[in-house]
Design a protein around this ligand. Structure first.
Ligand code: C5P
Length: 224
């Protein structure tokens, strides 16, 4: 009998893009599909965890047995994450959170004013959800195991190492190779205090299952 790796543990996953409104009909977002995060949620559920996926705007079915919280903006994603993580054992941040949001959200559609001049847009920095959670007291003492993702176009190992330090997380996962947006497969690099391990190209679900096993091995055992 093989006990499930994450039985009795709570796992929170952020997934997909965020959408930052400019006016009632426009906003800025990105091409994250949410597939990797949803695959991790599914794999964690298969491993016996109580799983919550906090999803930006994505077109994906909720994995069986997973609780889903839909959000739009980075600030909503942070609020939902801060509501769910105090009871969690693992937090996996896969969401492609918009770094900036429009400084003001117009209550009405922004119209051409006839001057021929485009509107001057200004932006405000969004909260860093992963870094915020990683700074929490439970994460600091290892009760909440935090995992970050990095999508880099070059120098993946160095950038992933630096990002792991900057975010203050024990495990940082790099997406290897060209953009994986919307793709069904991926290739991952796991960077922790011990070094770097590569998970060769496979489906996002197969990689998610391997990653969940790696997380279960590293996270503190239940009840400690
Ligand atoms: O700094 P960068 O955006 O490259 O970091 C990526 C990692 O940080 C991912 O795990 C992503 O989900 C998380 N992140 C976040 N909140 C942000 C920006 C990134 O949680 N505002």
């Amino acid at each position: 009998f093989q006990p499930k790796l994450l039985a009795g543990r709570k796992v929170v996953v952020t997934a997909g893009p965020t959408f930052e409104a400019l006016d009632p009909i426009r906003g800025i977002t990105n091409h994250s599909s949410g597939k990797m995060g949803f695959a991790i949620a599914r794999a964690a559920r298969e491993a016996g965890a109580d799983v919550v996926v906090i999803a930006g705007p994505v077109r994906l079915a909720t994995p069986r047995g997973v609780r889903r919280v839909d959000v739009t903006s980075a600030r909503q994603m942070l609020a939902a994450t801060e509501a769910e993580t105090p009871q969690a054992d693992v937090f996996v941040a896969t969401a492609a959170v918009a770094d900036w949001r429009p400084a003001t959200e117009s209550g009405q559609k922004i119209k051409k004013d006839g001057s021929g001049q485009p509107p001057a847009l200004s932006f405000t920095e969004n909260p860093d959800i992963l870094a915020t959670v990683a700074r929490s007291e439970r994460a600091q003492r290892g009760a909440l195991f935090c995992v970050g993702f990095a999508a880099e176009s070059h120098d993946l190992v160095d950038n992933a190492r630096a990002k792991r330090e900057r975010k203050g997380v024990p495990l940082l996962v790099g997406n290897i190779g060209p953009s994986t947006f919307g793709q069904d497969d991926n290739q991952l690099l796991l960077v922790d205090a011990q070094g770097v391990v590569e998970l060769p190209r496979a489906s996002k679900l197969a990689l998610a299952r391997q990653l969940v096993a790696e997380i279960a091995r590293r996270a503190r055992p239940a009840g400690t």
